[in-house]
Design a binder for this molecule. Sequence first.
Ligand SMILES: O=P(O)(O)OC[C@H]1O[C@](O)(CO)[C@@H](O)[C@@H]1O
Length: 549
Amino acid sequence: MTELTALPQWQHLQELASTIDQQHMRDWFAEDEDRAARMQVESCGLYLDFSKNRVTDEVMQTLFSLAEAQGLSDKRQKMFAGEAINTTENRAVLHTALRNVSDTPVLVDGKDVMPEVKATLQKMESFTEAVHSGAHTGYTGKPIKHVVSIGIGGSFLGPKIMTEALKPFRHSAVKVHFVANVDGCHIHDVLSELDHTETLIVMSSKSFTTQETLQNTQSAKAWFLAQGGAQEDVAKHFVAVSSNVTAAVSFGIAKDNIFPMWDWVGGRYSLWSAIGLPIALALGFANFKQLLEGAHDMDRHFATAPSERNLPVILAMLGVWYRNFFGAQSHVLLPYYHYLRGLPAYVQQLDMESNGKSVTQSGENVAYPTGPIIWGSEGTNGQHSFHQLIHQGQGIIPADFILPLNVPNQDDTHHAMLASNCFGQSQALMQGKTFEECFADLADKGLEEDERERLARHKTMPGNKPSNTILFDSLTPHTLGALIAMYEHKVFVQGVVWQLNSFDQWGVELGKVLGDRVLAGIHGDQDDADFDASTQQLIARFKHANAPE
Ligand SMILES: O=P(O)(O)OC[C@H]1O[C@](O)(CO)[C@@H](O)[C@@H]1O
């Protein structure tokens, strides 16, 4: 395959970028009254206005052509077809099969995986209904009122953030709590509020080897027993989701209480699998199903829409444009909806664990920037904090503004203000305010000319800062499914362009191994000489502070 940077499309984009760097979006809007109408797309309940980007039609066409030159159509087809595109782990990548609500079979190594997927969904549905109806009780016969979901990374962020985002859809029978960190404060705080006879623990770990999740589950079990539960009562209160059924059984989870998943589901793509059980318990299975259906709609859109109308492809290629041709180091997500406040953290794992890589599929060092830093928080809070840097700081930070047009349980006053802030911010980022405008504004302040000039320089807003605006009618499970799947496919497209394997995460392994060794060092089971001088010093301080009196 031709080196990415040697492709004619890449070279052409470089030329276009140097011209566009001299132009201002403000002028484009003034000169081209069709711009906004042309640069908008709507599908799966999501509306995208991408007109406030530093792109022309020619740039967009060249970006789409670059994606094709990198094999987008072929690789997308391979992903949906269950080919082993995760080449370092020799695995298929089939989160799309988990939400395949059609009757189409999906083959992995010649075997249709859909019967297993459907059987697991059925098991989730029956269990959720049994908990909600009170058919599944705790060991004293009391109904389950609290669910504690224990898991980390993809076994935590998806369930937690989807449950939070869909708060208006919550089922009244149970309240779901989440524990991820091995920091004991978290599990202690959650469990200390609960009655063990009414509590169900859902332990979620694809690998069943993750230190944090194993330890938190052990602590939860110790709590359950200390509160008066007996070993034979554990089965009524502990279930697990894992692809490692053998390890789950030897840990002590009853076989019937294990919800399976498969190695072709990546952790950060797993909320659609049984990892979504806490979502179903929190919202009811029908709402979980709607989430899957929304994602499936986005899958169909991604697979079939031409690039010009394809939401994930457009977003991905705009990201490539800024990352590779304008030096953008990060991308900010700005959900203007309190319940969607967790979205930046969700997309952060999705994007940064997928494309935070410097070696191509074939093992060569990349010669261009890859995955950006993803960050952000809910509007309007960010406006009174970090937006300053987006407006007047150096470089560009492309932004996604995300807003539901309708919200539940609110009067219109708040929502109109929220929307006006959202639209006002993207407008300010785009148009800015010139030195001359700022200077004129200071005319009647009674200032000396040089003071007016000095202040106007500080007040000048460069503008020309890019953003997308994503709107939807209201945040239903269906819309949320489509929104999350859109970001998943955006990450996929960027991985294709950058020639990365977006589905492994070797970068997290060394820290785990060394962390285990340090733990052995703390317990005195590992020789000090095995650590560098700094680490020895830190361990010594920790041991000293925790030494028995
Ligand atoms: O579900 P598991 O196997 O416990 O893994 C949890 C998380 O840990 C990671 O492997 C990274 O450490 C993530 O990719 C994953 O989502």
